[in-house]
Design a protein around this ligand. Structure first.
Ligand SMILES: [Zn+2]
Length: 427
């Protein structure tokens, strides 16, 4: 089901995010752009619901949508080996089927833009096909820029251009890519995203060449005698998006802020992999632009942005021992406007503002413990879930509704078949 041309929807609440909530609000859009946001009622009215900006996911791996629970509780070395072994069983069609499911789950969670780090590039094709806005950072690994270029070109060649999908590049991490590879990536003039300071294991390998990462030394870069942030110091700048930043001390936070590095905060993934709790309050206080990311079911264990917003609140309040360390409204901003700023696309998306793209999510509040509504942001963040997403609109087109369609059933069952193959006993 898609709509185009002029359209309007209304609900009990509209939360523009860049301004106060509007009770009895209406959103109009035309040719993919928002034209009016204010009080009013449309023919299509959602009772007991809130209209919010489409969520912006600052870090995902759509190609790992069916990896939930693989190696849960294992130490990092064996965990990553299991993933590599299972991933090697997949062909290109299965990678695409899994990425399609990642897109379906994202849209079902009200996500309209994702920053996806892609191992194969299949997520670019899946996002374009199913209508999810995406920056797809094609992953490269190793020490040799020529080899990184070969990997990038191979992944880049596999799919057509799309107006919704922008291509970037992802030098994987400071322990798996050399500085020369980072420099080559940054010379391309496209979005660049990496993983940085995700775990103490990463710092231990880089500083001393020891710890759990030593188990996969054959696929890593040699130790640098420096911590992760210091290892990347020569290339840290405003063109770099860094996922995680859990193991960062006060001086490193100051450096990230001074260099205008942007950060994707993934609290569920960091907790479940036993990596820790990122210093969100300190990063934000230092002026670092931080967006919220779900990471992938390989660690997180879903693309549920509502769970991620709640996890961000639990983690921040628990770490700071303060109930106001992260308010519901702040969490909503982290998953919309701040994430759009982290991806440097806030001129286009992230708030309900006339002139921006018509990326809109409708969340039912009916029957939730937060209804009748006292604080609409709290109702969405604490009471929301993918089951409560009624409609997801990208670029003015309805890309998901809560009425389960044959299309989504097929997407899910094809992806499940690929997961079954990965779980089969080794031959
Ligand atoms: Zn990641």
């Amino acid at each position: 089901m898609t709509r185009s041309g002029a359209d309007a929807i209304s609900a009990d609440w509209v939360l523009p995010v860049d301004g106060p909530p509007i009770e009895g609000g209406r959103v109009r859009f035309e040719d993919g752009k928002l034209t009016e946001v204010g009080p009013g009622r449309a023919e299509r009215h959602f009772a007991d619901a809130a209209i919010v900006p489409g969520f912006v996911n600052a870090h995902s791996h759509l190609e790992y949508s069916v990896y939930a629970g693989f190696g849960d509780g294992m130490p990092f070395g064996p965990w990553i080996e299991l993933h590599i072994e299972r991933k090697a069983r997949l062909g290109p069609e299965e990678m695409l089927a899994i990425a399609r499911r990642g897109v379906a789950d994202s849209l079902a969670s009200g996500i309209t833009t994702t920053a996806d780090y892609a191992f194969s590039g299949a997520s670019a094709a899946a996002a374009a096909e199913l209508g999810l806005r995406a920056i797809v950072y094609l992953e490269v690994f190793g020490g040799d820029p020529g080899e990184a270029r070969r990997q990038f070109d191979e992944k880049r060649g596999g799919f057509p251009e799309s107006p919704l999908v922008q291509i970037g590049v992802s030098p994987h991490a400071p322990y798996s890519c050399s500085l020369e590879v980072y420099q080559w990536c940054l010379s391309l003039g496209i979005p660049v995203g990496t993983h940085l300071a995700e775990s103490a294991n990463e710092n231990e390998w880089l500083e001393h060449g020891t710890g759990p990462l030593a188990a996969i030394a054959h696929i890593l870069q040699p130790p640098t005698a420096l911590r992760a942030v210091a290892t990347l110091e020569p290339v840290l700048g405003p063109d770099l998006l860094c996922a995680h930043c859990v193991e960062v001390d006060a001086d490193e936070i100051a450096l990230l802020a001074a260099r205008q590095v942007r950060v994707a905060h993934c609290p569920r993934s960091n907790a479940l992999l036993g990596c820790g709790i990122a210093p969100l309050a300190d990063l934000r206080a230092a002026g670092v632009v931080v967006g919220l990311g779900t990471d992938s079911p390989a660690s997180a264990p879903s693309f549920d942005i509502f769970e991620e917003m709640r996890a961000a609140i639990y983690a921040a309040r628990g770490r700071e021992r303060r109930a106001d360390a992260l308010l519901a409204g702040d969490a909503l901003t982290l998953a919309t406007l701040s994430a759009a700023r982290a991806l440097r696309i806030d001129a286009e998306v992230g708030t309900l503002t006339p002139g921006k793209r018509a990326d809109v999510t409708v969340v039912s509040l009916a029957g939730s413990p937060y209804h009748p509504v006292e604080d609409p942001a709290a109702a969405v963040v604490f009471g929301g879930s993918p089951e409560r997403v009624l409609e997801t609109i990208v670029d003015g087109q309805t890309r998901y509704t809560s009425e389960e369609s044959i299309k989504w059933r097929e997407v899910r069952s094809t992806a499940s078949a690929a997961r079954r193959r990965m779980l089969a006993p080794r031959q």
